[in-house]
Design a protein around this ligand. Structure first.
Ligand SMILES: Nc1ncnc2c1ncn2[C@@H]1O[C@H](COP(=O)(O)OP(=O)(O)OP(=O)(O)O)[C@@H](O)[C@H]1O
Length: 294
């Protein structure tokens, strides 16, 4: 069984208290509870097994691990787009059994409808979520979230008229506009150049702070995880061992002890940043594939 181990790192300096670390307070059950999750495609060789973790409401959690360890599969199960071979996902105390508008998903490919303008792409999602809303209510919601990602000047353009970064921002605005209980992001910035990526990271951070959105995000970028996440799940790959096949799983849960007011520009100067970064990089280099001690 992979139990949740929170590893606060040594920090030399004034910091805000570490976030709740996903450990639900006695009077408040975890918002999302993942218990004993496993997914098998090849019989006898589950990609991962015994995955347990929780998310608190309003928490931003990143998952990091090498290609093939099963990050997207975990996210798909949380989204209700795939089923687990064992275990449960409970959101607000209810089993997740299929896709639903209370969970918004953003993939690397923005998946916009090419024949619709930005406004109509987002309005379509808003109308599905709130079928009783008037046209002006829908428009107000659409414009609020398009404004949040800085795209009001492009609101009546079609996706083919936008850059890759702009399209990705539309995808993010659309996911936020339906105000899901949980946002699931699968490497949403993976295909973007470094400059655009940085700008959108900043936008995402400010939107999440404003909306108090609960987010589960896959990334390969250690700095991105440190900037955005309250906690970082380190996932190891399944592997062959002398004793037989060992499935992948959550090897460790790292609490981000840097101040929540951190910014991309100032991240590298914060006390504790290098310890945190080195810890995660060390996991990826020496433990993630070899099999962590879980
Ligand atoms: N539908 C499927 N059928 C068979 N095997 C699958 C299926 N989906 C995923 N897999 C396998 O499960 C493993 C985990 O895949 P997954 O995409 O979840 O990994 P990942 O950690 O997200 O990788 P990456 O970082 O490259 O996106 C891989 O070996 C993949 O080939």
């Amino acid at each position: 069984m992979w139990s949740e181990r929170v590893a606060p790192l040594p920090v030399n300096g004034p910091v805000e208290p570490a976030p709740a670390a996903g450990l639900a307070r006695a009077d408040q059950p975890a918002f999302l509870k993942v218990e004993g999750l496993a997914r098998t495609f090849v019989p006898g060789k589950p990609v991962f097994a015994g995955v347990d973790f929780t998310l608190d409401r309003g928490e931003f959690v990143c998952i990091i691990g090498h290609s093939g360890c099963g990050k997207t599969t975990v996210l798909n199960v949380l989204a209700g787009l795939d089923h687990a071979s064992a275990g449960h996902v409970l959101m607000d105390g209810r089993e997740v059994a299929g896709p639903g508008l209370e969970r918004g998903v953003v993939f690397q490919g923005h998946a916009l409808m090419p024949w619709l303008t930005v406004r109509r792409n987002i309005a379509f999602a808003v109308e599905s979520r709130w079928p009783d809303w008037s046209r002006s209510e829908v428009n107000r919601q659409v414009e609020r979230f398009v404004g949040m990602v800085g795209l009001l000047p492009a609101i009546d353009k079609k996706p083919s008229e936008l850059s890759g970064g702009m399209k990705q921002r539309v995808g993010i605005a659309r996911a936020f506009a339906i105000q899901p209980k949980m946002l699931l992001l699968d490497e949403p910035f993976g295909a973007l150049d470094a400059l655009t990526r940085g700008t959108i990271q900043d936008e995402l951070l400010s939107i999440v702070r404003e909306t108090q959105q609960t987010v589960f995000m896959i990334t390969h970028d250690v700095d991105e995880a440190i900037l955005l996440a309250d906690r970082i799940l380190l996932m190891s790959n399944g592997r062959e061992t002398p004793a037989g096949y060992a499935p992948g799983g959550i090897a460790e849960v790292v609490g981000n002890t840097l101040p929540r007011t951190r910014t991309r520009a100032g991240l590298h100067h914060l006390p504790g940043y290098y310890e945190l970064r080195n810890h995660i990089v060390d996991f990826l280099v020496s433990r993630a594939r070899a099999g962590a001690d879980h």
